[in-house]
Design a protein around this ligand. Structure first.
Ligand code: F6R
Length: 365
């Protein structure tokens, strides 16, 4: 059932082009408005929402972090993101003017389900983004976006995460089209570009030699730092979680600009820093952050676009990804980092599909 792959995790990483395509089919069509069959929100309803909460756990929460940026940019509605187990207990402001988006691969995560129920009790509408048809979260929500990633067996979420991002971008564009918050030509370009991503992801996974080489180099490390600015920071957060759970290496994700507010004290000779540089407006700032860590002895692996040639001058390793629009770059940028976590675990001889202490579906609170 692993179809010739050594592990479900790597099989699922390789299934990402198909998962992306399946999730977009029929929903994102060039020249047409985004069509979301199980979401029944009208322009009038949307105009009435004063805020959106995105609530989830773990990797689904990390997808939500990107959702905040994407939906705020596209639809200009304020979005707050929180982990379900915190949100529940902090007496949040929820009413009929609140739209809640819960994200859950399994659709059974106890804390996320509890938030969905609580929100509805206070009169909020709930959209569920989930991968499992008929799951509790799907059944109880007012609207559903199914990510057609197919069954995810590996405990570490990979293809489900990528399709959650597609869900978020689709909902963001759908809202923007209802509200008229963006130029049609911009949205059209975004849709066309989204449709090219399955092929671009395929080109990233077609050759993993550089990533394997880097994984071999760092697999004995104790600490690794991930850096990014803008959407690259949210990618750093997800990459750090993936590396932790698959390889048991401690890592932290920092926004580039926060370094000098404390954590740069941890940068010493030979420490590994993994930097994502896909946000064009922030490239220069991010590059100067990298220079700061390099001057303190850090070894840097950078992930950047084809057309950014500056990074190679001050990085030990560069992983190149195809060019795309900044807003949707996370879909590409995370893939080499998933592969990195997988290969580091492999070099360490760990149980990749079932990391210690973890369960695929967390149905206890
Ligand atoms: C990490 C991972 C977990 C899940 C989290 C939420 O790779 O898989 O962090 O993302 O337990 O699970 P769902 O999405 O099923 O609610």
């Amino acid at each position: 059932e692993k179809g010739g792959y050594a592990h479900f995790t790597i099989k699922e990483i390789y299934e990402q082009p198909k998962a992306l395509k399946d999730t977009m089919t029929g929903r994102i069509v060039p020249g047409k408005k985004v069509k979301l069959d199980d979401i029944h929100i009208t322009k009038e309803m949307l105009e009435d929402y004063s805020r959106i909460y995105i609530i989830a756990c773990g990797t689904a929460y990390n997808a939500g972090l990107i959702g905040k940026v994407a939906i705020e940019n596209l639809a200009r509605i304020p979005v707050e993101v929180d982990v379900a187990s915190e949100f529940r207990y902090r007496n949040p402001i929820i009413d009929a003017k609140t739209l809640v988006i819960v994200i859950s691969q399994s659709g059974e995560t106890a804390d996320t389900l509890a938030v969905s129920r609580e929100a509805q009790k206070f009169g909020a509408r709930v959209i569920a983004i989930t991968n499992v048809v008929g799951s509790s979260i799907a059944r109880e929500a007012d609207d559903v976006f199914y990510t057609w990633a197919g069954p995810e067996i590996g405990v570490a979420s990979t293809k489900a995460y990528l399709t959650m991002l597609v869900a978020i971008y689709s909902i963001g564009i759908y809202f923007a089209e209802l509200l008229g918050t963006q130029q049609e030509s911009y949205l059209e370009n975004l849709k066309k570009e989204l449709l090219t991503l399955p092929e671009k992801v395929a080109s990233i996974i077609a050759d993993t030699t550089r990533i394997e080489h880097f994984a071999d180099k760092i697999h004995t490390e104790k600490d690794v730092f991930f850096l990014g600015r803008g959407l690259d920071y949210q990618i750093a957060v997800e990459a750090s979680l993936k590396l932790k759970e698959l390889s048991y290496i401690h890592s932290e994700a920092y926004p580039g600009g926060e370094l000098k507010h404390g954590s740069i004290a941890l940068i010493e000779d030979d420490i590994t820093v993994i930097a994502s540089l896909t946000q064009r407006d922030l490239l220069e700032k991010m590059q100067s952050n990298i220079k700061e860590v390099v001057s303190r002895g850090a070894k840097v692996m950078a992930i950047t676009f084809e057309d950014n040639h500056d990074v190679e001058h001050f990085s030990d390793e560069v992983i190149i990804i195809p060019n795309t629009m900044d807003l949707i770059a996370p879909i590409l940028a995370v893939v080499p980092l998933q592969l990195l976590a997988y290969y580091v675990a492999l070099y360490k001889g760990l149980d990749v599909d079932k990391p210690r202490n973890l369960a695929k579906s967390v149905t206890v609170e």
